[in-house]
Design a protein around this ligand. Structure first.
Ligand SMILES: [Zn+2]
Ligand SMILES: [Zn+2]
Length: 255
């Protein structure tokens, strides 16, 4: 059995390069690949001419200014992916939230997705490059909110903090593995931007404690899709078969 990819972007994500929904449809029709389309909720919700505003200086003001159009844009994403869904394709979303738990999506649309990929992309202490205790504290708050939303998996847990140069302690990894076990979501091993040392520590602990891991290519380019070499490398270091290490979502009945 092949591995399942919980994290793929289309042209609806601002950072996508050459991937398109049509291209994934062809793959779903012609192969038995299982993968989730997971565009950024913040880039679906925010105005097309300001798609990075969630990462900017006044994310809340821009969010409040598109309380009508944002949900409509998410609704059209749901409709468009559903309309072409076939084979092993799942309708997912890379779900952003604010530090107070406000989700960047209609709460009543969350049940429409086959897969919820939660993410703590940015939060005030990280933007302010605050001390590590404050950053950890807010990261834990963000993950706590996502856990309560019943996410299926948490995307690239360490990338935003590593990107700003914060070290990731074993204690934080243990906290993360514990909450994933408690709320039953998978922790992503992400091959788009690699945090090898943290991933290995997390994967070993997750395997030992029976917490699930998920494969995410986070494909922004066609060349990234279907390349599970990093995920297999992590399984090799843990000392298990990749097929045993990683979780696979259930594919909904479509056509
Ligand atoms: Zn992401
Ligand atoms: Zn992504």
């Amino acid at each position: 059995m092949s591995l399942c990819d919980v994290h793929c972007h289309t042209e609806r994500s601002a950072c996508a390069e050459d991937v398109t929904l049509d291209w994934y449809v062809d793959i779903a029709r012609s192969t038995d690949a299982v993968f989730a389309i997971t565009d950024h909720s913040a880039q679906l919700f925010y105005p097309p001419d300001n798609r990075w505003a969630f990462w900017g200086d006044n994310p809340r003001e821009v969010f409040d200014s598109c309380r009508d159009e944002g949900p409509a844009r998410i609704a059209s994403y749901i409709e468009d992916v559903r309309a072409v869904q076939t084979g092993g394709m799942l309708l997912g979303i890379e779900l952003d939230i604010f530090i107070d738990g406000t989700i960047v999506c209609d709460e009543d649309r969350l049940g429409d997705f086959d897969l919820l990929l939660g993410v703590a992309h940015t939060f005030p202490a990280l933007r302010a490059e605050a001390n590590v205790e404050e950053v950890y504290d807010q990261f834990q708050t963000m993950v706590g909110h996502l856990a309560k939303l019943n996410i299926d998996a948490l995307a690239h847990p360490f990338r935003p903090m590593r990107g700003k140069g914060y070290e990731i302690t074993d204690d934080l990894i243990k906290w993360l593995v514990d909450i994933a076990g408690e709320y039953d979501f998978a922790l992503e091993i992400n091959s788009h931007s690699i945090c090898r040392d943290e991933d290995i520590r997390m994967a070993k602990l997750a395997w030992e404690t029976g917490v699930e891991l998920a494969v995410g290519t986070d494909s922004h380019r066609k060349a990234e899709f279907g390349d599970f070499s990093y995920h297999r490398e992590i399984a090799h270091v843990v000392g298990v078969r990749a097929e045993d290490l990683y979780w696979c979502p259930t594919v909904p009945e479509t056509v």
